[in-house]
Design a protein. Sequence first.
Lengths: 289, 155
Amino acid sequence: MIPASFDYERASSLDEALNMLAAGGEDARPLAGGHSLLPLMRLRLARPSLLVDIGGLDELRGVHADGDSVVIGALTTHHEVAGASELTGGSGLLAKVAEGIGDPQVRHRGTLGGSVAHADPASDLPAALLALDAEVTLAGRGGTRSVAAADFFVGPFMSAAADGEIVTGVRVPTREGWGSAYRKFQRRAQDWAIVGVAAVVNWTESGIAGAAIGLTNMGGTPLRAPGVEAALAGTSEKAQILAAASKVSELETPPADENASSEYRVHLAQVLIARAVAEAAGCPGMQPG
Amino acid sequence: MKRISMTVNGVRHEADVEPRTLLVHFIREQLELTGTNVGCDTSSCGACTILMNGQSVKSCTVLAVQADGADVATVEGLASNGDWHPVQKAFHENHGLQCGFCTPGMMMAAVGYLDENPAPTEDEVRLALEGNLCRCTGYHNIVKAVLAAADDMGS
């Protein structure tokens, strides 16, 4: 399958890319690794009139520690994120998530920024960014801005990025001392997650002092589970964590599709939350059976 | 049409391509290097795996224009001066193929991975080849072949 015809320009600077996108109008799209956009174009589900290739903009590539946060450029590949030593503490969640995206070939080409901009409710990184209270940075012809991950994902394949804006990267609080885990359930190895759970946990001698939970494919956007997070505070035993995880049923009913009914999604979420929290806490005695 | 140039198996090529030309089609139809197969056509099966700047990629999900300036290696470039690459030799000796359709992609994924990790465990090899599907399900000998190639290349 071959995409419908389109024009193609390769940008040599961010400003040039923004100007090319503006000149291309509302059907112009930026292209990074192309591992979300090109499959859609080949199925003719996306038909951009112009692709502005930003793949050569090295200024948008790389992982840098910056005080108590980590900044990741949009063009950093999943392979690079998976191996980034800067991602310590809770932010290490992103490396764990990136390591499980697609397969090695996909991780060599697919980029963090592309995955974020694509805003697929079934993709793994958005829930992780949400759990980490990350900010998405955007550049437009009018300047740059930051949007909290909680405000960035607004619907299936819809984000707060305006026409002509480019996702330039994310800023993630490092959360030193916190543990993390990502658990997803798939029918086959490289399928999209039927449900995914991102957990970051502050485990202390007296149990869980803080927890953040991000959910993949439990709604039209990645979701936080505030009821679960509140109930996890102070817990230190497997039964308590399972009970806290059951609060996921308080969220709006998740979608049903050919892979799972709504009820099954809630069940999966509860089990995966308990497993992810136990793993993130690093407490072997809490591992559910 | 866009003018592109890339090095494929050490040979520099220049050509005009439509922007929508996929890299695998450019390699197969314009360069006539048909060792790289198109399998699933949906970035799942890995039959079209090549190395782009040393990393394994699925050439059905890369535009030829995106590879402008890149250094590309396909299965045709593995042997040198009539001598098989250790990965080719190991696939032959360990019967790492049945119908052979996935083999070029398997070998390119293996070559890329062994460059990154020259002494992998069996589990690591299985994980490294997760993006390559063998519909004959001949995985066992493929993994054996990659491990044998690693031994050969390390000794």
